[in-house]
Design a protein around this ligand. Structure first.
Ligand SMILES: [Cu+2]
Length: 198
């Protein structure tokens, strides 16, 4: 269409007569309807699970734990950390827990969980549990968990998990707390974690 032919509204009116006005009035209403429909679709489309940057975080949960377990309530000496050999998280007064969840990545690029924070623990680390040659379960920090493009990462007992060290409050079954996960591509995502028995 030769837009240059329509130089002014007046000229358009002259060439198209009365028909121009109803059409012009209808158009803004139509645009508004489309916008409203898109807003409604967006609002209904979101699941209950956190979703951002293309990632989907499903069913975050954590083990129960106590802020001051047993006899170790006085071991606040940070130098204990040097001797912490994956089997005991000494050096912190609070107990431990771990967050588990499934992270799905429907996108075309791998993403990577690189860190996490929560105010219910003094230290948060990404861990992997493995069973050594003698059948003993061990765990230790890893630098991240890859969520492959078109795939998922399952953080679950006996595998990768988000370790909570030095609980600042008791985590009892039914409690909820928030945690923020840091992804290389998706950035920060905050989740609500429910405390339950494994
Ligand atoms: Cu751990």
């Amino acid at each position: 269409m030769m837009l240059s032919q329509v130089t002014t509204e007046k000229e358009w009116m002259v060439t198209h007569g009365k028909g121009w006005w109803p059409r012009a009035r209808r158009a803004p209403g139509l645009v508004l309807l489309i916008v409203l429909a898109l807003v409604a679709l967006t609002a209904c489309g979101g699941s209950e699970e956190a979703e951002a940057g293309g990632l989907r975080l499903d069913e975050p949960w954590a083990r129960p734990g106590l802020a001051s377990p047993g006899q170790s309530t006085m071991s606040h000496d940070e130098t204990d950390e040097a001797t912490d050999d994956n089997s005991a998280h000494g050096g912190h007064g609070g107990g431990t827990s771990a967050i588990f969840l499934t992270i799905s990545n429907p996108g075309n690029e791998d993403d990577r969980l690189v860190a996490a924070t929560t105010d219910v623990a003094e230290v948060v680390e990404i861990h992997r549990s493995t069973i050594d040659a003698s059948g003993v379960m061990r765990m230790g920090p890893i630098d991240g968990v890859t969520i492959p493009a078109g795939g998922k990462a399952e953080l679950k007992p006996g595998a990768e998990h988000i370790m909570l060290i030095g609980l600042t409050r008791d985590l009892e079954v039914g409690d909820r707390f928030s945690a923020t996960l840091q992804f290389e591509r998706a950035g920060e995502m905050t989740i609500e974690v429910e405390v339950r028995e494994p």
